[in-house]
Design a protein around this ligand. Sequence first.
Ligand code: KIV
Length: 275
Amino acid sequence: MYTQLQLRDAARPPVNVSTLRKMKADGEKIACVTCYDASFAVLVDDAGADLALVGDSLGMVIQGHDTTVPVTMEDVIYHSRVVARGLYRPFLVADMPFMSYSSKEQALANAVRLMQEGGAKMVKLEGGAGQIEIVEFLAGHDIPVCAHLGLKPQSVHKIGGFRVQGREGEQAERMAGDALALERAGADIVLLECIPGELGGHITRELSVPVIGIGAGPDVDGQILVLYDLLDITSGRKPRFVRNFMDGAGSPLAALQRYVAAVRDRSYPAPEHCF
Ligand code: KIV
């Protein structure tokens, strides 16, 4: 079946890397959200999100760990597979867990598993200059890659906590250089977490691939939030960039629709969500 050809002219064709590049070129904001199961995947799709990420944040919001470090390949494959069953239009990205890409060969074998067993259309990995060879290797094998810079939760024990990155000039310059190098190595998306809004805007203007932000200010090409944060399911103190879209929404679907609308009309993130 040539499903791709049949879907191309559908009213809501599935999002692919070309769609995302065109959205950047047209200045249309990309609405992204994490997702971990089939029921929420249906809502994410119905709400009009463009991209769903099976993030290793599942280790924290689903499994109850303090960090994402304990998440395994089996965990992400399982959640990606169930999310894939509920999605039609959004582009499905799956996280490569901690230490699942410590060599080129291991990265390729695990990325193939996420795509073949998990149904992912792109893999995401955390890293800067140290991951350039790996990104190049994956891209050389036609694996779509999202490179995650800024706050890298898998490095939490090395950096000593979840905190804003790129505040100092030297670190900011290094991050901007790494983003460019990752794009040249073949990354199709760059994701920036928890950085000053000014740096988010600067990196976005420098890159030709879409830049998605979480706590990276309003001047990136798209936004992503952890589903359980935007639905106010996560208990306790939340990061500054989180907005509770459930407040006054009435249903999870309405909350997701409000989130997508706020990303598209640029009312989210507001100054109080930025660094
Ligand atoms: O794991 C995750 O959910 C993520 C997002 C915070 C972007 O990487």
